[in-house]
Design a protein around this ligand. Structure first.
Ligand code: GBH
Length: 480
């Protein structure tokens, strides 16, 4: 491939963030708690330890609720053409009053807040891409009826989605329903690593039944997504245009070696991690592998639901970070009963180790994954997150910390692989969002892990652009 290969003219590139990870200001403009507020403040593990590694919460995070103009200026200075961010459900809908009947009312102050934010993006020539749900379920819905465990959530989610389509649909033309439903289902209700922290494993939680709850939650997430898309297509898309879809997360799963059982294991990993959501949405039902694995524990879609679920995404939204080598013989159902590793049969490592254990650089895996998704699901792909947590981010401080060499190498390799997938393999990729604009609240890791192209000094909230921000700016200038 020549050095001059370019991206398609309508390609969207920029940065991604999520409300709870950056906003802070948990009660401003009438916001009520989400399950992440409760999880970080009130829950402890058996034994009394807090839920986040450093005992922190998103109460302040990067203070982006207040620093929104500064963040937009930063995006502009980085040459971003688009920005993917999420809305806080419990800021947009008013859960401060008990609901007697019908649906909760709109919190106009919350809507106004996001409206000025979106208008400012547009004024700066940055395309807003909105995620409706990035894990911050209103606590009120969790308490009322169990949140995602109850099918009633579908009506509340559709109500919230319609409020957003109505309020912002004149300017927002890119909608994402859920971010990474695997994480919500498995980490929230299977492993208790994420809010609401449920699991039948008594060492980490004393609530829930992890043999069934993740599957019920996943089912309701899929239905909520699908009915929101139905509403969008019937009531909004005809007049306002735009596209809507879901973002799923997946590693690239590559067989450890060419033994038939390991080739099958890699497919099992895809089916359990990705097909769990992608197969119903793009093909109409759960993968056969999950039917075999779970039997009656796998909920069923009625024919009427299949009609709504199948085809309910205009694109394939992909968050991807790494590659796993897969072997048969695991025990964990939520991962398809496979074993994953970064160590090749010859003992070498796949790539550069990140600060977090689950992530190594391996750009060829990204190209393989893009090809797999295009071949399997046949939809244009929006890469909605991709990024790296460099060790230097936590070992150094400003100004040295801005030299994030491992992250630059990561982006260089992954963007080269992206170009190859587009030009040499013919995969239609429509966007690339780097995770993340800023270091931010990294869920169960608290502030101990940093994914930003901008370093945050959490004492002062000062922002320091890292080398990776400058690298990405230049790369997209050269390839746009
Ligand atoms: C994304 O998830 C999220 O969308 C984003 O909010 C987050 O900040 C970003 O990644 C960086 O992590 O519990 O041991 O399995 C990416 C998928 C799934 C990868 C959860 C890390 C936790 C390790 N993530 N996983 S483990």
């Amino acid at each position: 491939m020549t050095e001059t290969a370019k991206l398609p003219a309508d390609f969207l590139h920029g940065y991604a963030t999520a409300a709870y990870q950056i906003e802070g200001s948990p009660t401003a403009v009438g916001r009520t708690p989400s399950i992440w507020d409760t999880f970080t403040h009130e829950h402890t593990k058996p034994g009394g330890r807090k839920r986040t590694l450093d005992g922190s919460s998103g109460d302040v995070a990067t203070d982006s609720f207040n620093k929104w103009k500064e963040d937009i200026a930063l995006l502009k200075s980085y040459g971003a053409k688009a920005y993917r961010f999420s809305l806080s459900w419990s800021r947009v809908i008013d859960f401060s009053k008990p609901r007697e009947s019908g649906l909760d009312s709109v919190n106009e102050a919350g809507v106004q807040y996001y409206r000025q934010f979106i208008d400012e993006l547009v004024r700066n020539g940055i395309t807003p891409c909105v995620t409706l749900y990035h894990w911050d379920l209103p606590q009120a819905l969790h308490e009322r009826y169990g949140g995602w465990l109850n099918r009633k959530i579908v009506d509340d989610y559709v109500h919230y989605a319609k409020v957003c389509f109505n309020a912002f649909g004149d300017v927002v033309k890119h909608w994402i329903t859920h971010n990474e439903p695997w994480c919500v289902s498995a980490l929230g209700y299977g492993y208790a690593r994420f809010a609401p922290g449920r699991s039948s494993n008594r060492e980490i939680s004393d609530e829930g039944d992890s043999s069934t709850e993740p599957y019920i939650v996943a089912h309701n997430l899929i239905l909520a997504h699908a009915y929101a898309v139905k509403a969008f297509r019937e009531e909004f898309q005809p007049k306002s245009g735009g596209v809507i879809g879901i973002t799923l997360d997946s590693s690239s799963y590559i067989p450890y070696d060419d033994k038939p059982e390991n080739i099958k294991a890699a497919q099992d990993a895809f089916d359990a991690r990705l097909g769990w959501f992608a197969d119903p949405i793009y093909k109409g039902d759960y993968p056969a592998f999950l039917h075999q694995l779970l039997g009656d524990r796998l909920p069923k879609f009625t024919p009427e639901e299949v009609a709504v679920v199948k085809g309910s995404s205009d694109f394939f939204g992909l968050n991807t970070y790494t590659t796993n080598l897969v072997q048969a013989g695991g025990t964990d159902e939520l991962n398809g009963k496979v074993k994953t590793t970064f160590t090749r049969p010859d003992g070498t490592q796949l790539g550069t180790q990140a600060h977090v254990s689950w992530l190594q650089t391996y750009a060829p895996g990204f190209r393989i994954l893009l090809n797999y998704l295009w071949k399997t699901y046949g939809k244009p792909i929006y890469v909605t997150e991709n990024g790296f947590a460099a060790k230097s981010d936590v070992l150094l401080s400003p100004p040295e910390v801005t030299h994030d060499t491992d992250r630059v190498e990561y982006y260089k390799g992954y963007l080269e692989a992206l170009l190859q997938a587009i030009h040499e393999d013919g995969v239609p990729v429509k966007s690339y969002f780097a995770w993340s604009l800023l270091d931010n609240f990294e869920w169960a890791d608290g502030y101990t892990t940093r994914f930003g192209v901008t370093y945050i000094d959490y004492e002062t909230q000062k922002r320091y652009p890292k080398d990776s921000a400058l690298f990405l700016k230049k790369w997209f200038e050269e390839h746009a």
